[in-house]
Design a binder for this molecule. Structure first.
Ligand code: IMP
Ligand code: MG
Length: 187
């Protein structure tokens, strides 16, 4: 007897590609209007905000500055509660307006720690923009100024969001069930 194929861990599409693109356009317009006349640097957290950053930045004024920082707190579908990589994140932010960009706000630990780090580096004002905001109890309080979509407390992949490094390239955002997952874990 042939072994049964394992069920796909990919669930229903929560946000189709067209809806994401439309919302990113709206965010770019709102952010551009807010920072008119103020030089802005976007600090994007990789790898999750990769596609969000590119799509947003292409719709913003060409002089907008950009820095990419690599930090991580997740393994599998759960936050490990420890933020790795922040000690490598440096730059001259003295007196600068910073827009901190991430794919998703979950426990709040990542954005809380990175925003505090930017203030320590001298940033004049730090605002936060996330594509997704999970409705759940936060570990720490973080208030993004701009949010793409509010979602339920479910694990999602696509448009930059991953499961152990996989599925980032999906154009839409889909629900994900780790029990059926066949993707190998990555470090
Ligand atoms: P926080 O520090 O708990 O707010 O987590 C933020 C980070 O956790 C994000 O940058 C993502 O990398 C990751 N994360 C949280 N929820 C999800 C999810 O549903 N799918 C994929 N990654 C997630
Ligand atoms: Mg991430």
């Amino acid at each position: 007897m042939k072994p049964k194929p394992s069920p796909s861990p990919l669930g229903k599409t929560l946000l189709p590609a067209a809806a994401i693109q439309k919302r990113v356009g709206e965010l770019a317009r709102a952010i551009t209007a807010h920072y008119r006349g103020k030089p802005l640097v976007v600090v994007a957290l990789l790898n999750g905000s990769l596609f969000f950053l590119v799509d947003l930045l292409r719709r913003m004024p060409p002089e907008t500055g950009v820095e990419c920082w690599r930090v991580s707190s997740y393994e599998g579908t759960a936050s490990q509660g420890i933020l790795r990589g922040l000690d490598q994140c440096r730059g001259d932010f003295k007196g600068r307006h910073v827009l901190l960009l991430d794919d998703i706000l979950d426990t709040g630990l990542t954005l809380h720690a990175v925003a505090a780090h930017l203030r320590k580096l001298g940033a004049e004002k730090v605002e936060i923009c996330v594509l997704l905001n999970k409705r759940r109890k936060r570990t720490v309080n973080v208030k993004p100024k701009w949010t793409g979509f509010g979602i339920g407390d479910e694990f999602v992949v696509g448009y930059g969001l991953d499961y152990n490094g996989h599925y980032r390239g999906l154009k839409s955002i889909r629900l994900f069930k780790a029990s059926g997952a066949s993707a190998p874990a990555t470090a």
